[in-house]
Each structure stands twice: as structure tokens, then as C-alpha cells.
Design a binder for this molecule. Sequence first.
Ligand code: ZN
Ligand code: ZN
Length: 373
Amino acid sequence: MSSLSEKLMSQPAKAEGGSRIKQNSINTQDQKRIATIKTAVLAEGDRIRAKYPILQHQDAIGMAILLFSMAGAVLTGWAYLEGVLAWYVTIPVIAIFLSFTHELEHDLIHYMYFRKNKFMHNLMMALVWICRPSTINPWLRRHLHLHHHKHSGTETDLEERAITNGERFTPLRLLMMLDLELSVVLRILKVPKHLRLKALMRGAIGNFPLASAFYIGWHAYVAYWAVEAAAWAVGYSVPWPAFVTPELVATANTVAVLIFAPNLLRSFSINFISSNMHYFGDIEDGNFVQQCQVLNSKWFIIPHLFCFNFGSTHGIHHFVVRDPFYIRQMTAKKAHEVMRANGVRFNDLGTFKRANRWSAKEQGQQEAGYQAA
Ligand SMILES: [Zn+2]
Ligand SMILES: [Zn+2]
């Protein structure tokens, strides 16, 4: 663990809140609005905790959700292997279980579980990573994510920019949300030449070893079937090397249903929602009112199924970091009322046309250049 992580681990429970972020430089109207929203959300969280005392057992609840999700994913996979479930049921059901582990990872990044027990905390971090092998090392993501809280929507917010926040909406952007490895390759051309090696090394370290193995396997799988399809179209039989046996292809198909597809479905869903509910480029640094919109339109029900309603509740988290994901969901009704009354936008679908800019005036603005921060 890095020294920053060590330092944060030893801090009191409320330390990881957005409340530590300095907002002296933002407009005074929004400073007041932020204070109002924070007060209301904290009060609602307190009310819910008082009403359901079981919520005090946060470590046990986090671990129980993790074990439940892992057991759910494994049992679903087993049912598929036994021929009980079809692939088109197996994939979304596993993706839903994995989406809970993603929320746990994010809560762990903010030290919400086993803050005082480093072994258990790090064990949970390792398990939520193993559950989602297409993602970067969570200990490294922690630094990107805490930076995101401080400077969301600015040039240095690499966490959001890596999932295409701020770019023009094109089919290529959709593809980049699906395949983050491809996204790195495509984005590297925007990095100044002298910084490319450094940026690639940083990406390789973050992806090692799980995501690198995941994407090598996924790309090999796609390449195999692309070649087979092309050969079939022209009536040609591909002379594959001897190790490409029918058994290997059958195993790869099983891995695709149990691992590749659920992970890609889950990560595409959250990348799509997250990169479009955060604003980028023309907002005040540290202004929570402008950083996020609430995206809870019924049009987004399907991606929300695979990312625990992220577009509806992540904006609340920018104001109050303290609450784990399930309490945040319970505060949403009250939080949305006060957020709506204090300038937070709801279902601003124009963001898709504006490359996630806050203001329509900025629509013609260039996408921000890549900066290796
Ligand atoms: Zn966070
Ligand atoms: Zn955010």
C-alpha cells in the first residue's frame, strides 16, 4: 500500500468526505446551495440510520453483500454449465451480481468497510477486483478517484476522461466505452509524443495482471470469430494451428458467457452512464452543483440495471461521500428534492450533443487535449 493510502487508512471515518474540498473560489450562490444540499442529505442519512439500527454494522453488511454477490455469480455460472440457464439469461444475471461488487469497490476506495482492520479491508479490495477482472487495480484507482472528487470535470480528471467523458458522441465513443483497452490505444495518439511511453506504462501497470489477461483473452476471442466469419463468408476453411482444437474453442465460448460478456456488459453500462452524467470542461473547479446531473429517466433503465442506479445517485455522492451505496439509494428521494430545488440538473439529455459541456455556448469548443497529469 502506498504512503498516501496508509495515511488515509488511519484517518477518522468522516475524513473522506467531499466536505474537505475547498470551494472558496466558486460563485457564492452555489456555495450556499451546496451547503443546503449537504445538510439535507446528511440529515436524511442520519434519519435512516436511526430508523434502521442494523445499518450500524457497516463492515458486516459490506462483507455480506460481497459474499452474496460472489455466491450469486458462481451459482448462476454453475446453472449455465448444468444446462439449466441459457446464455442470454446467464450473462445479464452475472452482470447484475458483479455490479454490486463494483459499488463495494467504490465504497472501499472511500474506506467505508473495515477501515480499522487493514487485512480485512485489503482482502475485500482484492476480492472485488478479482470479481471484475476487466478493471484497473483498485489501489491505483483510489488515487484517480479521490482526485476525481476534488477536480471532477477538469483536464486532470483522468478517471472520467479515460471512459470518454468530454468527447464528442460518436459510434467510436460507444466502442471505447465497451473496450477500455481499445480506448487507451485510440487515445494514445492524442498524447504528446514525448509523453506516450509514460502514459502507456502507466496504463500497463494499472491493468496488470487481471485486466491485461482479460483483454488479451477477449481480443483473441473476437479475432478468432472474426476470421472464422470472414472465411465462412467466402467459403474458405482456416488452417488454424494444431493447438486451436474444438475443445479450446468450446472452453473459450464458455469463458465468453461466464466472464467476458458479463464484465463488458456491466462496465459498458456504468461507463455510458457515468461519462454522461458528469459535466466536463466548462464548470467551476470544485462546484458540486455543476459537476453532475441526475440521470434517472426511464430511458436509462437497462444500463441502470447493471450499475446499481448510478446515474440517479452518484450526484448525491459528490455532495456527501460518507454513505455507502445502499444508504445513498435510500436517501435518494429526499436528496433529489433538495438537489432539484438548488440548481442540480435532472435528465439534461442535451449533454449528449454538447460533449458533456455544462453550457450550450461551449458546444463548438474543441475537445480538451489529453494531458498526462
Ligand atoms: Zn467516490
Ligand atoms: Zn463522480
